[in-house]
Ligand binder design. Sequence first.
Ligand code: SAH
Length: 349
Amino acid sequence: MCRAETLRWLRETGPSALEQLYREADRVRREWVGDQVHLRGLIEISNICSRQCGYCGLRAGNRELVRYRMSETEIVACARLAATLGYGTVVLQAGETESLSGAFIANIVRAIKTETRLAVTLSLGERSLADLELWRGAGANRYLLRFETSDPELFRRIHPPAAGMMRDRIDLLRALRGLGYEIGSGVMIGIPGQTYETLARDIERFRELDLDMIGVGPFLPHPATPLGCGDAPAAVPPEEQTPNSEEMVYKVVALTRLACPEANIPATTALATVNARNGRELGLLRGANVVMPNLTPPVYRRHYEIYPNKACIAERPADCDGCLRGRIAQIGRIPGTGPGGRQRGQPHE
Ligand code: SAH
């Protein structure tokens, strides 16, 4: 699809035209990745962060947050639960902090790989090549690092660079691929200063990077962050500014499926946060094929507040499991089995 056509869809508001886009995305999803919905157990292992991202509630400057780091024993216990619940993958996610040392994470990855058959995905921010290499050697399979926006100037403003970090996120994704990881990325939709043109370019970038996993969700303002307090990182005319609406997320999910038919695309928690009733289902019906049940113990979960009113914040792991399986069944899909990595090549069946 050319840029102009993507832009036309991003600006489309007619319900019957959009139905056509969603139907096509659903068809391509079925043809390329089938009816399985892969379950990735999410473990939010720490909310400690040394960065100052303008959008994220975990930013170092947020002094109101109670900080935690789960122990190796607790993390491995969550992974065991994931295996018991029949998931194929665990995702270890955290703020960006050296207090999660290379060796600490490597030991945990090794323990999970020894005890279970789970695929391990890491989402720990921008780390040194030495750490990324160590973790890959320990058995980690995938790495998630959203580039957040393809506009470099906007990115710098909302995500001030760390001292000494030479690589940007795009370089890091390429390096991760070189190390043999499956790579995942994505963007937020409706960031103040993000234009329709930028969002169209984001989707082109997904394709150029040949991403294995692509997560997109609405930007949700957090009051303890500059962006949540009305900071405008860039002045754009109102007609160029993307909204952070539910509909805009579905459009991007659908266009992403058309651009990257083989990718694993989650119906994200942020989508469930803007529509608790059936946001996830609609995501799955409009291009997505993955959900991420939360396995973080409730005592920690409420402190992993990247944005306010996060869906499932008070649930227990078993609640999330039952709820998501019910939702998958209701729309006539089936829970995935096995690790659910990217399959290259042919349309499905
Ligand atoms: N420290 C890791 C994990 C961050 S949380 C990293 O930086 O990669 C995972 C994702 O949550 C981020 O990549 C971002 O896209 C999303 N996120 C953070 N704050 C958000 C907000 N206020 N609204 C919506 N999504 C947000």
